[in-house]
Every structure is written in structure tokens, then in C-alpha cells.
Design a protein around this ligand. Structure first.
Ligand code: AMP
Ligand code: ZN
Length: 506
């Protein structure tokens, strides 16, 4: 696939060290609070990327850390430890907070169909590895001890700003103007590898080290875990754009100093989700979480659809009005798929191959997920059988992860149950259309809104009746016809198709 690389600042062919195998590292959440839906936008797009690489036929080895120690409120080396802050807020221990919010994070991920990476590593499980890493940096002359802490000496690295590409001075001012400098640092870009009790005496979690009782800096966690679990060469490193500096910049500096050679070849960064007033943050106003969306009646997958409709390399502004539009479009898409009958026709290899190729080209062009969704709408208009269309939708959904087939099946089943129970009454009127028995029901171009769940339910009932007839279950077919008639939906069978119209209900 072609993918933008923050390191080269170009869209380029994504290549891996070992063809067919992708080593992929994701900066995981800092588990001091619930993830907001902005954080989840990053994880969601990373999930689609992983799925796409697998869809292309690669084996993807993916590792994610859980930051349960060392991440300070400033992202640089000042401020409070975020975990400690969370523990204080909730009168719990740091490990209790970490366990609770790690679980909450993966529950949110599951609701959004974000797959859990095969390897998830809490930073606190790798302390010995970080100590060994820091020791190598000291031995190689890339680090120094000062005021009880161990610092990385950024001046020893040739191209510290290789990832940002910004002029060094401009960046320092932009990022650090409100941050008081640590007097122990020899240079402005130096960063802490290991804190000791000389700083943050209140720190709850501390481990013995050659430099005293203390804890690791945030940046060393990702380098240490990545090298430990994915080896000396990494194909793909992911995060949100705020991670580019200083976190990923520092990861590159220390990893390459440690390894003695270039480390990660491709850097993938997801732009931020903002609310209408600016950057999304956990401390501002209404804290936007998956649970909050659910409490307002949204299907979490409508949020996934919302994210997939826009490109990961553009900032995305969240509003409930925009989410409403996405939710409506998602619901219509499901309704149109529900109106297709899996029993009608069979998967069509030629159609599947054509769509697979188009999808690979579309989404393979810098993860253009919106174009991937557009293909679903083209598919619905194909002069193909229902089963053939459903097979293609299922295939593309391996990457999109919208639960299209499962949701459509549920809607179909509930429509059949409604038809069976003679449920909701239909509005009277003269509307008429072609039933799906003729294979043209999903997009007949006859002015009937098949995105309307009620229309979809009628068409699903007609499809169920057709399936019953095909199975020579005439009693069931008659029952469905009678149930529809009871709701004022009258069917007319011709040799080619079944049409329906709204007549007089009983
Ligand atoms: P954190 O839990 O703060 O370490 O952040 C977890 C992930 O969310 C990181 O990859 C961040 O880059 C990313 N992130 C933070 N804020 C946003 C946002 N508003 N939109 C998208 N991603 C974000
Ligand atoms: Zn990281």
C-alpha cells in the first residue's frame, strides 16, 4: 500500500524488512482516566491500518504498551505523574487505577470493533528491561546522571529533529514556552530516562536501580518494549500527531543510540479529533467518551463510521450534528444490506475479485477509508444477486470493521419477526415498489427510500417469503403475506418479481 510517512514527509510505498511480515508498534493509552473519543480516533485508524495490512496478505505482529507509570502532565519532563494524579482523584492506588482504566479502554475498543493487539505490555512489567536499556545508553556515552536522575544527551544525536522537520528553535518555543526547565539538564532537548527519589518524592511506584530508587521516563517505555518484543528493526510505529514531538522524537534518538543503526522505517500519525471549541481534552467541559455516546442513544459503530468517512491525515471536528449524519448514513447502509436476501443467488467470484481489487487500490492509497465506504454504495447498485453483494460486503468489512453483515442479519431477523407477529402498522398511502424477490429491490430507482428502516423491514419480509417459497414452505410464505396484508402491505406476484404497495390496513 501507499502510506504517508512522517519521517520522509511523503506518501510512499509501504515496505517491510521481511516481505509479508509487518512489525507494528502502537503507543498505548495512559491509563489514568477513560479514553476520550479523540484518543479512540487514533486507535480506530490504527486498527483499520492493521486490518488492511492483514487483508493484503501480510502477517502483522503488533505490540501496544500500556503507560501505567512515568507519563507526566506536560509530555516533557515537568508536571505531575498522570497516574498519581488519577489515583489521588479517586482515592485509589496507582495499580488499582491502572487496572480499572486498562479494562475500560479495551471495553471501549471492543465496542468500536478495535481489535486488541496480540501483545499488550504494561510498562510496569518491563522495569528491568528499561534499566538495562538506560545502562547501555550510559555506557555508550549517550546519557548522563545529574541531580539523581539519568538524562539522555540529545546533543549526541546527529539529526534529533529528523521526525518533525521543524526548525529547532521554532519548535522549542512552540512546544515548551509554558514549561519551566529542569536545571539538571545540560541541553534543552535532553530528557529524563530514569527519575529517582530526588524528584517527585510522592511517587507511589518506585523500583531499585543502579541510580537509586525511582521510575522510568515515559519515552524509554516505548523504545524498551518495542525492541524487546519486536526486535531491532521496526517497520511501522503509530500514534496521534501530538506524539511526534517530543515523544516519538525522543524514542528515535534513544533507540538508535542504543541499537547503533536506524530503527523504525515508517511513522504513521493520526490527526486530532477536535471539538467545536478546539482540542479535545479530558479536563474540558463534557468529557466525550464511548459511554457518553451510548447514553445519548448512539451506536458506537456510528462513531466508527464517522471516523472512517474522513481521512486520518486531516483534523476532524466532532459535533453531535455531524455524528447524527454519520449515524443516519450508517443505519441506512445496514437497512439496505438487510433488504438483501442471503438465500438469493450465490457469491460471485468475478464480482468479489473486482471489488477486492478496487478496494485495495482505494484504501491502499494512504488509507482512504472514505473511498472504501463509497465502494459499498456502488456495490449496492450492481446488477448482481443479493448473495453475491452480501459476500462482497462481508469481505470489505474485514477491513472497515462496521459489523455490516451481523447488523444486517439482525435487522432482517427482526423484520421477519415483526412480519411474523403482525407488528407495527404501516402508514396508508399509494407508495409502491418492487420487492427484493426480483433482485432489483435494493435500489429500484422508483423513488422509494430503501434506507428507511420500515421499507427495509418490508423488503426483508418479502425476501423471507421468497426464501420460504423456494424451500417449498408455502404455509410460511402465505403466513408472511397475510401478516404484511394485516399491516396494509399488499403484494403482487408476477413471474419475474414481487411488488408491494400500501393499501388499506386491517
Ligand atoms: P494518551 O492516553 O494521552 O497517552 O493518548 C493516547 C493516544 O491518543 C495517543 O496516541 C495520542 O496521540 C492520541 N490522542 C490524544 N488526543 C487526541 C485527539 N484529540 N485526537 C486523536 N488522537 C489523540
Ligand atoms: Zn510511545
Amino acid at each position: 500500500m501507499k502510506l504517508y510517512n512522517t519521517l520522509s514527509k511523503k506518501v510512499e510505498e509501504f515496505r517491510t524488512k521481511t516481505p509479508g511480515l509487518v512489525t507494528m508498534y502502537t503507543c498505548g493509552p495512559t491509563v489514568y482516566h477513560f479514553a476520550h473519543i479523540g484518543n479512540l480516533r487514533s486507535y480506530l485508524m490504527e486498527d483499520v491500518l492493521e486490518r488492511f495490512l492483514a487483508y493484503e496478505g501480510n502477517e502483522v505482529r503488533r505490540v501496544m504498551n500500556i503507560t501505567d507509570v512515568g507519563h507526566l502532565t506536560s509530555d516533557a519532563d515537568t508536571g505531575e505523574d498522570k497516574m498519581l494524579k488519577g489515583a489521588r482523584r479517586e482515592h485509589k492506588t496507582v495499580m488499582e487505577i491502572a487496572a480499572y482504566y486498562t479494562e475500560a479502554f479495551f471495553i471501549d475498543c471492543e465496542k468500536l470493533n478495535i481489535k486488541k493487539p496480540a501483545t499488550v505490555v504494561p510498562a510496569t512489567s518491563c522495569i528491568a528491561d528499561f534499566i538495562a536499556f538506560v545502562q547501555v545508553l550510559l555506557d555508550k556515552g549517550f546519557a548522563y546522571e545529574a541531580g539523581g536522575n539519568v538524562y539522555f544527551d540529545a546533543s549526541k544525536v546527529k539529526d534529533y529533529y529528523c521526525l518533525t522537520g521543524h526548525a529547532a528553535e521554532a519548535l522549542k518555543v512552540a512546544v515548551r514556552e509554558d514549561v519551566s526547565e529542569d536545571g539538571n539538564k545540560r541541553g534543552k532537548n535532553d530528557f529524563v530516562l530514569w527519575f529517582t527519589k530526588s524528584k517527585f518524592d510522592e511517587q507511589e511506584l518506585k523500583w531499585p536501580s543502579p541510580w537509586g530508587l525511582g521510575y522510568p521516563g515515559w519515552h524509554i517505555e516505548c523504545s524498551g518494549i518495542s525492541v524487546k518484543y519486536l526486535g531491532e528493526y521496526l517497520d511501522l510505529h503509530c500514534g496521534g500527531v501530538d506524539n511526534i514531538f517530543p515523544h516519538h522524537t525522543n524514542e528515535i534518538a534513544q533507540s538508535e543510540a542504543y541499537l547503533g543503526h536506524p530503527w523504525c522505517t515508517h511513522w504513521f500519525h493520526v490527526h486530532h479529533l477536535n471539538d467545536e471549541s478546539g482540542k479535545m481534552s479530558k479536563s474540558k467541559g463534557e468529557f466525550l467518551t464511548v459511554s457518553l455516546l451510548e447514553s445519548k442513544g448512539y451506536d458506537p459503530l456510528a462513531y466508527r463510521y464517522f471516523c472512517l468517512e474522513s481521512h486520518y491525515r486531516k483534523p476532524l471536528t466532532f459535533s453531535f450534528a455531524a455524528l447524527d449524519n454519520a449515524a443516519k448514513a450508517y443505519k441506512k447502509l445496514i437497512a439496505r444490506l438487510a433488504a438483501l436476501s442471503p438465500d438469493k443467488g450465490a457469491p460471485d467470484e468475478a464480482l468479489s475479485a473486482r471489488y477486492r481489487a478496487d478496494f485495495l487500490a482505494a484504501v491502499g492509497n494512504d488509507l482512504n477509508t472514505a473511498l472504501g465506504i463509497t465502494l459499498l454504495y456502488s456495490l449496492l447498485k450492481e446488477p448482481a444477486s443479493d448473495a453475491a453483494k452480501l459476500a462482497v460486503a462481508a469481505d470489505l468489512d474485514r477491513v472497515l470493521g462496521l459489523s455490516l453483515i451481523e447488523k444486517a442479519a439482525l435487522l432482517r431477523a427482526s423484520a421477519q419477526a415483526t412480519a411474523g407477529a403482525g407488528g407495527a402498522s404501516a402508514a396508508a398511502g399509494g407508495e409502491a415498489c418492487t420487492g427484493s424477490e426480483a433482485g432489483s429491490g435494493s435500489d429500484g430507482g422508483d423513488g422509494v427510500d430503501r434506507g428507511d428502516p420500515e421499507v427495509a423491514a418490508i423488503e426483508a419480509a418479502i425476501a423471507a417469503r421468497a426464501a420460504a417459497k423456494k424451500a417449498k414452505n408455502y404455509a410460511e410464505a402465505d403466513r408472511i403475506r397475510a401478516e404484511l396484508a394485516a399491516r396494509g402491505i399488499l403484494l403482487t406476484d408476477t413471474p419475474e418479481k414481487t411488488t408491494w404497495r400500501r393499501g388499506e390496513g386491517k
